[in-house]
Each structure stands twice: as C-alpha cells, then as structure tokens.
Design a binder for this molecule. Structure first.
Ligand code: CAA
Length: 254
C-alpha cells in the first residue's frame, strides 16, 4: 500500500491505494512510518511523497475504517497519525509533498507535515472533517495556522471548503505549483538545495522550524547557537574560501 524507491540522492514514497483514492487506513499509516524508518537509513538528501493515480494524493483518513470505532480507538488512531507525521516533520532531510490531485483531511495533514508542498494545477486541498462531524486529528489544526495564520486556518477548518491550487499557493499552503508532472517538479525543486552541505541544510531547517514555536528572543538565541555551529563546519570554511577564490565550493558534509 506504500511504495518506497531510491533514486540517487532522493527517496520517493508513494501512497499506493488508488481504488480508495490513497486513503489512510491505519495499515497505510503504519506503512508510512516503516517506510520513513527505512529511508532514514539511506544516504539521501530529500524525501518526496506522492500518490498513485491521476486523481488523488490522498483523500484523508479511511472513512470506512472510522465508522463504529470506540473513543479509545479514536484517540489511539489520532495519536498514531500524529506520531507518524511527526516523524516525517522531523525527518533527517527535507521532505516535499508532490500533490498530484485531491489532498483532503489526513491527506492534507500528511502534506503539511512535509517541509515543502508542490502542487499540480489540478490539485484540490482542504480539511473537510467538519462535514463529517469531526475535526482534523493528524496535526491539521496545529500545522495549518503555522502556514497560513490563525484566522485563515479557522476559516478553512470551520467551513471545510475546497481550495484550488492557485489559492493554496497564494495563501502559502503550497510552496510551488508544477507546470507539468508534479513529481518531476518536486525533483527539480529538490535539486535546488540538495547540492549544498548537509550540516548547513540541517541547521537552517532546524532554525526556521523553531521560529513559530518559541518567542522571538528565544528564537534569536536558537539562531545564534545554530549559526555558530554552522560557522564551525568545514563546509563553511570551504564556502567562504571558495567565494574569495571565485570558484564553486566543494562541500563535504562536514
Ligand atoms: N476513505 C475511504 N474511502 C474513500 C475516501 C476516504 N477518505 N475517499 C474516497 N474513498 C473511496 C470512495 O468510497 C470510493 O470507493 P468505492 O468506489 O468503493 O465507493 C473511491 O474512493 C472513489 O471515491 P469517489 O467515488 O468518492 O470519488 P469522487 O471523484 O466522486 O470524489 C472526493 C472524490 C471528493 C475526494 C471524495 O471521495 C471525498 O469527498 N472523499 C472524502 C474526503 C474526506 O472527507 N476526507 C477526510 C476524511 S476524515 C479525516 O481525514 C480525519 C482526520 O483528520 C484524521
């Protein structure tokens, strides 16, 4: 139900359940967790997630599986989704959701746990849980405000409306739109940063990642700490010297 491939410096994770629009059964969520663990052992620089088929990235939690669940099961289900998506959020290299079609509910929550989102022009996204008498349970109420601000997030969650690709880009919910094939666009995007040194990439991501979680003075302290670590790397010495010598730096991930 989940396919994991390695292509050079990239790992490609594909939700592969097209008959249910790649809906997230609990088995699929566990498979995503296992695939992330496997990819963590690989020497890669980016992880791309997408869905099989023309129609959907992921239509959300498997509604058929949710029917008749006990409250205890529901809490465990929400915590499982949150745990697996948190693993993605803190994955060792940046992740890109290549949104090839619908990304609703848990599907959009999965995409929001990625570092970046690239969407095809026909992508449609939203958090329609309210229409089912539910609210998002895999991190959506917390990650959406961090991306688009509180009032707009509340509007999206409370109305459950569908957002097209253009609007998603305009409000910062997706990072880029793809002209053609969305996975190819995600690969091209990854190529814009995978050539840099791993320490600087990891430190930059960690610094930006904390920005909305802590007060400004604390965030600035974190930035000073992490930028000091970056200065100490061999890659920084190489990058600065290469600039002076007017040549391309040879980063060695140290
Ligand atoms: N769970 C289980 N099955 C799903 C599904 C889902 N979330 N979404 C679609 N499917 C299944 C359909 O039941 C259908 O299967 P059958 O052919 O066996 O009936 C198949 O996928 C194709 O779906 P549709 O016929 O509905 O396709 P469509 O093109 O007419 O509509 C859609 C596409 C608008 C995405 C529609 O399928 C839809 O609204 N899906 C539900 C979206 C949704 O509400 N997601 C939120 C789920 S709750 C959640 O995610 C909670 C959370 O935060 C953790």
């Amino acid at each position: 139900m989940v396919k994991l491939l390695r292509e050079g410096a990239l790992a490609l994770l594909t939700l592969d359940r097209p008959e249910a629009l790649n809906a997230l059964s609990f088995a699929v969520i566990r498979d995503i967790g296992a695939a992330i663990d496997e990819a963590a052992g690989w020497d890669i620089r980016a992880l791309i997630l997408t869905g099989t088929g023309e129609k959907a990235f992921c239509a959300g939690a498997d509604i058929k599986e949710l029917v008749g669940r006990s409250l205890m099961d529901e809490r465990a289900g929400s915590e499982l989704g949150q745990r697996v998506f948190a693993k993605l959020d803190s994955f060792k290299v940046p992740s890109i959701a290549a949104i090839n079609g619908y990304a609703f509910g848990g599907g959009l929550e999965l995409a929001m746990a990625c570092t970046f989102r690239v969407a095809s022009s026909k992508a449609r996204v939203g958090l329609p849980e309210i229409k089912l008498g539910l609210i998002p349970g895999y991190g959506g109420t917390q990650r959406l405000p961090r991306l688009v601000g509180e009032a707009r997030a509340a509007e999206i969650v409370l109305t459950g409306r569908t957002i097209d690709a253009e609007e998603a880009l305009a409000i910062g919910l997706v990072t880029r739109l793809a002209d053609g094939d969305v996975v190819e666009a995600a690969k091209a995007f990854a190529a814009e940063f995978t050539g840099y040194g791993l320490p600087a990439l990891a430190l930059a991501r960690a610094a930006v990642r904390r920005a909305l979680d802590v007060p400004l003075d604390e965030g600035l302290r974190i930035e000073a700490d992490l930028s000091t670590l970056a200065y100490r790397t061999e890659d920084a010495a190489e990058g600065l010297t290469a600039f002076i010598e007017k040549r391309k730096p040879q980063f060695r991930d140290k």
